[in-house]
Design a protein around this ligand. Structure first.
Ligand code: BDR
Ligand code: CA
Length: 319
């Protein structure tokens, strides 16, 4: 049976790849997508999401717009320098898109999860504002989902917005803390693994030579790869990030190390703000069971998932 999923995206470049992957893979039943602020303003993220679903021939997947800023208010900061002004590497298109659903991303989660109790994976790959809002609106949600597979945080890798914080968690640390505290199974695909699964120049060229989804993805990833070339790796390649959370929920990952441990989020406003505090003290004893722990932290995975996802997107020849 295909894995039922609701994605929640701040649709930039790597989110786009995650949407295409979830929309095209036969093992995944993509029930809906929610949008959230983060890489770009939420309205732009919604437009990108609708357009990307059109490109992969999934115009029937409902898209609901969510939060325009953090749970407790405060400033929004976007990542145009990473994802382009349009969130699509300054290479998106101006094709018209359909309207989003007349509901919020948080309410959409509640409604769909309640239609399929125990079956739906929530896959947030942006700030966790919508997920925390859904939790606040429906405190029974943790008993009703299959799990939450999120892209965010870091156990021991360096941060990417500060020396210890990853962007999705840092953007809305209070929302993230609420999500990690709720008693549902969480899979954390953080920088420990997402910085090690790379989309290479060969992958880009493969996609450019493929069908309509591949050509679009190959085009928009250029700018994102240039950011990683200039700021991170020194040559053109980029972190796959968001697709790893999709792969974890779908059971597509070859996992070598993923302890189930306690995770807290630093919400102090100090230099550690937005850091995921991951209890790795059991490392020397092979990670024995920790009381109350319900977060599986991906620490070591095979990078072959990049080839799988790139081929899936490349090979799509249109609906
Ligand atoms: C995360 O931040 C965003 O820029 C990416 O889309 C990804 O979800 C990586 O830290
Ligand atoms: Ca994202």
């Amino acid at each position: 049976m295909a894995t039922k999923m609701i994605l929640d995206c701040d649709t930039g470049v790597d989110d786009t790849m995650a949407i295409m992957y979830a929309a095209l893979h036969p093992d995944i039943d993509l029930l809906a997508v929610g949008t959230v602020w983060g890489n770009v303003e939420v309205e732009r993220g919604t437009r990108n999401t609708l357009r990307v679903l059109d490109i992969v021939g999934r115009g029937e997947v409902p898209v609901a717009q969510g939060a325009a800023g953090p749970l407790l208010g405060g400033p929004t900061e976007y990542a145009y320098h990473v994802h382009g002004d349009d969130g699509q590497g300054n290479a998106g298109d101006a094709e018209p898109v359909r309207a989003a659903e007349p509901t919020t991303a948080a309410q959409q989660i509640i409604d769909i999860v309640r239609q399929h109790p125990g079956e739906v994976w929530l896959v947030p790959v942006g700030p966790l504002t919508n997920i925390a809002t859904a939790l606040a609106l429906d405190p029974e949600l943790p008993k009703l989902v299959a799990g939450v597979s999120l892209m965010g945080g870091s156990a021991s890798a360096p941060g990417n917005v500060s020396f210890v914080a990853e962007a999705n968690i840092w953007h809305d640390a209070e929302a993230a803390q609420a999500v990690f505290a709720a008693k549902w199974p969480v899979v954390m695909a953080g920088l420990d693994v997402t910085m090690k699964v790379l989309i290479t120049a060969e992958h880009r060229d493969q996609m450019l030579a493929g069908g309509p989804a591949g050509q679009y993805m190959g085009r928009i990833i250029e700018f994102y790869g240039e950011f990683y070339r200039d700021m991170v790796f020194g040559d053109w390649s980029c972190a796959m990030h968001d697709s790893i959370a999709v792969a974890a929920a779908a059971g597509h990952l070859d996992v070598q190390l993923a302890p189930v441990v306690n995770v807290e989020v630093d919400t102090t406003g100090g230099p550690g703000h937005g850091q995921t505090l991951v209890d790795l003290r059991g490392k020397y004893r092979g990670y024995p069971e920790q009381e109350g722990a319900h977060t599986t932290v991906l620490m070591e995975i095979s990078d072959s998932i990049a080839d799988t996802v790139v081929s899936l997107i490349t090979d799509f020849q249109g609906a």
